[in-house]
Every structure is written in C-alpha cells, then in structure tokens.
Design a protein around this ligand. Structure first.
Ligand code: ADP
Ligand code: MG
Length: 711
C-alpha cells in the first residue's frame, strides 16, 4: 500500500535517474516528493502571440516546431539546437544548449508550449532555452496552469508532474495530522485538498491556499512543540524568590534615577515570575542602553537577599565586565548592606565583592568553592567559563545575554547533579536581547518564552543624527570627526572584515567571497586612518581575532578616553558602554543587516552629547539606498527587524543564533496572520487533549522535533 512514508525507490516503474536526481535534492519518499512544491505556475491559457513578444520578456508561446537542427560548436564543444517555433501570428527562433535529446522530442510539426526569456541575437528575437511542454498531454493534467518545480540535473518539472499526478491519485484521502476543528477555525483546507491544489490548481488563488495550508502545518507543529515545552516546564520545580515589596523599594530607592515606565513593567513581570515555584522562561528585549541590566540586577539582588544564587552569562569578556561594573556602580552599597556577594569570572580574571564592600582579585578555584557552598550569590561571567568550571548549590536565576535558548539540560549543568529519580529545582531563565525580534519570530521560534519589552530609552538622550555618506563626501566626514575629537568626543569606525584577504567572515554575512574583495578591512583601515588621515589623533583597533587581553586593554583605553578613534569589526556590536563616544561611522554600511546597523548606532548617543551615525557606502543601487534610508525613518528597532526579516530571512536576521528551522518554514515565518492562527490552533489542541495527543499528531510531532534543532 502506498503511504506518505513509502520510499520512491520501492515504487515500481519510476525511472532510476529521476530517483537519483530527487535524492540529490534530499527527496527520498512520497512525503518529500509531495512537499516539493511548485515554485511557480505557467499559465498556458494566457500564452502570448509571437508577433507581440518583446525583448526581455519571459513568455510562454504556444505553437509548433517548424524547423529544427543541431550543431556543435568547436571551440567550446557545446551542442546547440536551433528551432523555429511558429503560431498563427508569426515565428521566432528558439535556442538550447547541451540538450541533444530535444532532437528526439521536438520533431518538425510537434505542437506545444515554449516558455522562456525573449532575447535578441543575430538580428532577431530569440527564445533562449525555453521550457517545452507537450500541449495535449498537459492540458488534461492541469487545465491551464502548469506547475514549474525547482529542478535539478535529471529532474525536470515535467518529470515531477508525471510522478506526482498518479501518486496523488493512488493515495486518495490522506490522513490529516492537523485536527479538523483547527483547520476549520483557520479557514484552511485539509491536507489532501491542499496537496492537490498546490500541485494541480485550477486557479492561482487555489494554489496559494494549498501552499498556505501546507506551510500552516509546520507552523502548527512548531507551536505545539513550543507550547508543550512550556507546559512541561511549568510542572518542574524552581526556587521561588520570596522577595518583599519593601526590599524591592529599598533597591529602587538606591538607584540614582527613576526606572522608565517600561523598565518598571518588565521588572514587575520578572519579579512575579521568579516568586513562583516553577521556572520562568522569559525574554527581555530592549535596545542597547534601555536599562536591561539594571532590571536583571534587581532580580538578582532580591534573590541574593534570600540566600539564592544568580548566574549572569555574557557572550564576551568585555560585556561580562560591563555587567559587573554596572551592577557594582548601582548596587554595590545594597550588596554590602545585605551582606550579599558578587563575583566576576572570565578567562582572564576573577574578582569578588563581599563583606563590607571589599573587592579583591581571587583565584578562580576560590570562587568555585564559594559558589558551590552557596556563599557567593551573584556570579557574572562568560558563558564558556561559567558552564565549564562552576557548580551552584542554590541557583535560582540564570540571565543570559544575547542567547535565546538555554535548555533544561543546559541549565542543569550549572547546578547540582540530581540524584537518581530526584527532581532538582530548575533555575528561572531570563534571556536579555538587544536584537529586536520581529513579532512573527517571537511568536514562533521563541513561542515558549514569555516576552518583556523595554521600548523606551531613559530620559535625556538626544536623538542620533544619521547620514548616508557617499565617497565624494568622505573628506568632509573626516573633518567632522576630527572636529569632534578636538572637542573631546570619540568615534567608532566599523568595518565588515578583519584582513584584506577574503578568508574570514567576521560580520557573519554569507556573501560570496568575491563580494568582500573591496570591502574595508579593519587592519587596512586602521593603518590608513592612523597613519594618513588622522596622524594627529589617537587611533586604536579592535577585532575578534585579537587576544582577549589585548581586546580588554584596547577597550579600556577607549573607555577611559585614551583613544579618539576605535576601528573595529562587529565585535563591538553587543554591549560596550562609552557615553563619551559621539560618532558611529560604518564602512560599507550596505553590507550589514538593518537590525545590525541599528545596534551599531545604539553605541552612541548614550551620554549628554549630540551624536551622529555616518553610513559610508559605495553602493549606489536604489535598493541599498532604500535600506539605509530605512534606518533614518524607522520609528524603532522592531520596525527595522521586520524589514530585515522580509529582506534577508530569519536565519540572517538572527545572526549566529540560527533558528534551527528547515528552510521550507522560512517563508511562512513572514506571515503573521498564519502564525497567529497556528498558535491559536495549537493552544486549543493542547487545551482539548493535554499531553495526550491523537496518535497521528503525536507521531508527526515526534518526527517534527527530530527535524528541528531549537537548542
Ligand atoms: P542595557 O543593558 O539595556 O544595555 P543598562 O542596564 O546597561 O542597559 O543601562 C545603560 C546605562 O543607562 C547604565 O549606565 C545605566 O546606569 C543607565 N540607566 C539605566 N536605566 C536608567 C534610567 N531609567 N534612567 C537613567 N539612566 C538609566
Ligand atoms: Mg547591557
């Protein structure tokens, strides 16, 4: 019996070459074949008359072969087939390269449709390598719309059509894993109808609906997975933090400023969560400088007051040190008051703050001991160091910078090892992100996280002036930078790569290597600026390939005002707080994603000085200009994030944090309505069935979880 799981190689009569070709595209069974959806549909009912064709047009011509011949070019050893196609309005040449078999298919007089690009060659119009469809056979299959599939060697659209049609017929009604009630509520057809509609639609609308339903299934399964994770987590134990309003107010009073309204909301949401005996799973998003660290620190301090521990993990040493500095500056007194303690642990240093406000460098082993016996409450460090070398006794909260996923297993590695059968408390989890995440993504990929958003900056920040600087205005921009430096301000210069040789991809952009050939390299740019442009200023360099100690030293010099200009790669993207910096200059700005540029810009305008963001670009294309202009007009990071999502797709957008989702889902992630419908459907299904899903859905979910990698 034929099912979705039947291997194509087990079906009699399928050409071995097609099977091999499909295998190369990762298609092995019936399901894979049926989910290999048409990229487009050629509308044969609207074929163009040959007399009306224009150069550059992609057209479908319906006619017959009037002449055909094959020759071989000697120099490049290509076979060239030339034909003349005629209809009742006229005739046109058609040319194919290296497809000798067409000589057998296209005998003189053969009727059919020829779809391809109209070009101009040898004094006349010409269809170049048109796709040929025999007319009669196709008409009965599709009634006008011909599906065109992504093809590969040995696998033509036509071959796929001839395979799909009988298989769909033989399958008949396919059992649907999405509950009928969910489909009904979302106004979508069942799987069988959807597949038939996507492959052999009567209209383009029908095809769209079919494809939408197929995309919906992935979104639905993803939502189910995330919501199940969330439900399971909600049953795990956690250390409740029994903070009191008086304690909270004590900390608020200790601050030299008043929290913004959205900081306050986020704080309340977090504090409510961590007071519960089940683990929090929350994403705290807010622009750089919006005051996330302050909020997290308050939660950590309240936990510490009750003898509970917090780990704050940062991706880089620079950031870890900065978190530590912020917390010490704002809450050092409170920590001493409450007889709590805090420590910083990175690859290169370990320091502890305890007792009557003493801070000392200590051996890491000492910190590890204190963490283990529970005396040390707040530990700030890099992911790598903390996860490797420290084990907590009463870990209540993990706050992680720029990492959205932190599995239960991963959390467990930071805490005590559970005895067999025992349930250990799972730490509350808070992810801090300065990358504004588009709503569709936070609802899907991060659907198991609650969301807190700080969407305003503390008062008194001046808006940043953003300017696109074409090469012709470079000198003027440098004059401006020099003038700022003479007034005591500082500037960042960001370049997309490290060295001039195209070996590495520091910005995380998957552009073709050749694209990078003329892209500013940090080392070259540093040389140029330090020696030739600004010999009178103090210029430093920072990139990911430098040793940690060097990086820290350079960063320290810039922070303390010993450098006027810092030439850097995107390493400075996350974190880094230098209120005196007033210029963010970005070389080849068009190479970066909008969300990334937005974050760069957030490095300046953090003090009382009017700041500027200079976007250098050599790219004069309208698209590049439009993208950069978006940076000037967008109201906030979310708007830019949504645009980036559309322009570059979620994988790009999230940078190193891959979504872990199959490519086929990426398109669906752009459709907020579909995402919302899938979430509502998943919620309803979980409410109706709890943990026990109908067998077909349970089985599909299991497979789905294997196919994605969310952690
Ligand atoms: P983030 O972690 O979101 O980048 P931080 O918490 O590090 O932001 O805060 C950035 C700077 O702004 C810090 O120096 C902090 O002391 C200050 N800050 C935070 N919240 C406020 C506020 N409500 N009013 C004034 N300054 C604030
Ligand atoms: Mg911060």
């Amino acid at each position: 019996m034929l099912t979705l799981d039947t291997e194509l190689s087990h079906i009699k009569g399928i050409n071995k070459r097609i099977i091999a070709g499909l295998a190369k595209m990762g298609i092995g069974n019936v399901r894979g074949l049926l989910l290999h959806l048409p990229a487009r549909y050629d509308d044969f009912s609207q074929a163009s008359g040959i007399a009306d064709l224009a150069i550059g047009q992609t057209a479908t011509v319906r006619g017959h072969v009037r002449k055909i011949s094959m020759r071989r070019t000697f120099r490049r050893n290509l076979t060239v087939i030339e034909a003349v196609i005629a209809d009742h309005t006229g005739a046109i040449r058609a040319v194919w390269f290296n497809q000798p078999y067409l000589m057998n298919t296209l005998a003189v007089g053969t009727p059919g449709s020829f779809a391809g690009k109209v070009t101009y060659a040898q004094n006349g119009l010409c269809l170049s390598s048109p796709v040929y469809e025999p007319e009669e056979a196709e008409a009965t299959h599709t009634g006008g719309l011909i599906p065109i599939y992504p093809e590969t060697k040995g696998v033509t659209s036509r071959g796929i059509r001839y395979l799909v049609k009988p298989i769909l017929q033989a399958l008949g009604q396919i059992p649907d894993c999405v509950p009928a009630s969910v489909l009904k509520a979302s106004g979508l057809p069942d799987f069988t109808i959807a597949l038939n509609a996507a492959h052999f639609p009567a209209s383009l609308e029908e095809a769209e609906t079919g494809k939408k339903r197929i995309a919906f299934e992935d979104l639905f399964l993803l939502q189910m997975t995330n919501l199940q994770t969330k439900m399971r987590l909600a049953q795990e134990p956690a250390h409740p933090v029994p903070w009191t309003a008086a304690e909270r107010d004590h900390l608020l009073a200790a601050l030299p400023f008043k929290l913004t309204a959205s900081q306050r909301t986020a704080l309340d949401e977090i504090l409510l969560d961590i007071a519960r005996p089940h683990p929090m799973n929350r994403l705290l998003q807010g622009d750089v400088g919006s005051g996330k660290t302050v909020v997290v620190a308050m939660a950590a301090l309240l936990a510490a007051k009750h003898g509970l521990q917090t780990a704050i993990l940062a991706p880089t040493e620079v950031l870890a040190r900065q978190h530590y500095a912020t917390i010490m500056k704002l809450f050092g007194a409170a920590i001493a008051d409450w007889h709590s303690s805090a420590a910083l642990v990175t690859g290169h240093e370990a320091r502890m703050f305890y007792g009557e406000g003493l801070e000392t460098a200590v051996p890491k082993a000492r910190i590890a001991e204190r963490v283990k016996d529970g005396h040390l409450h707040i530990v700030i460090g890099t992911h790598a160091i903390l996860q490797k070398s420290v084990s907590f006794s009463r870990l209540a909260l993990i706050a992680v910078d720029e990492q959205h996923r932190f599995g239960v297993e991963q959390r467990a590695t930071l805490g005590k090892k559970a005895a067999a059968g025992a349930k250990l408390p799972i730490p509350h989890f808070l992810s801090m992100s300065a990358t504004p995440i588009p709503r569709t993504l936070s609802l899907t990929v991060f659907g198991d996280l609650e969301l807190s958003t700080i969407d305003e900056l503390p008062q008194g920040r001046l808006p940043i002036v953003t300017k696109i600087v074409p090469d012709a205005s470079r000198a003027k921009a440098y004059d401006f930078m020099r003038a700022q430096a003479k007034q005591g301000r500082q500037a960042f210069v960001i370049c997309p790569r490290i060295e001039s040789a195209p070996s590495d991809d520091d910005a995380g952009l998957p552009a073709a290597k050749s694209h990078w050939d003329d892209v500013k390299a940090v080392e070259d740019e540093y040389e140029r600026l330090a020696k030739r442009v600004f010999p009178d200023l103090r210029v430093g360099m920072l990139h990911g390939k430098m040793k940690s100690a060097e990086k820290a030293e350079t960063m320290k010099r810039f922070s303390s005002g010993d450098l006027d200009i810092l030439v850097a790669t995107s390493v400075i993207e996350v974190g880094v707080d230098v209120p005196n910096a007033s210029i963010m200059a970005i070389e080849d700005a068009d190479r970066f994603g909008l969300a990334q540029l937005y974050q760069f810009r957030g490095r300046v305008g953090r003090g009382e000085h009017q700041s500027a963001c200079l976007l250098f670009t050599k790219n004069r294309s309208a698209i590049a200009r439009e993208r950069l202009t978006a940076l000037m007009t967008a109201k906030n990071g979310f708007e830019l994030a949504e645009r980036d999502l559309l322009l570059r797709g979620p994988g790009e957008f999230l940078g190193q944090h891959q979504t872990g989702l199959p490519d086929t889902m990426m398109g669906a992630l752009k459709n907020i309505e579909l995402v919302k419908a899938a979430r509502a459907g998943a919620l309803k299904t979980l409410e109706a069935h709890g943990e026990e899903q109908p067998p077909l859905l349970a089985e599909r979910l299991l497979r789905f979880k294997h196919s994605i990698h969310l952690e």
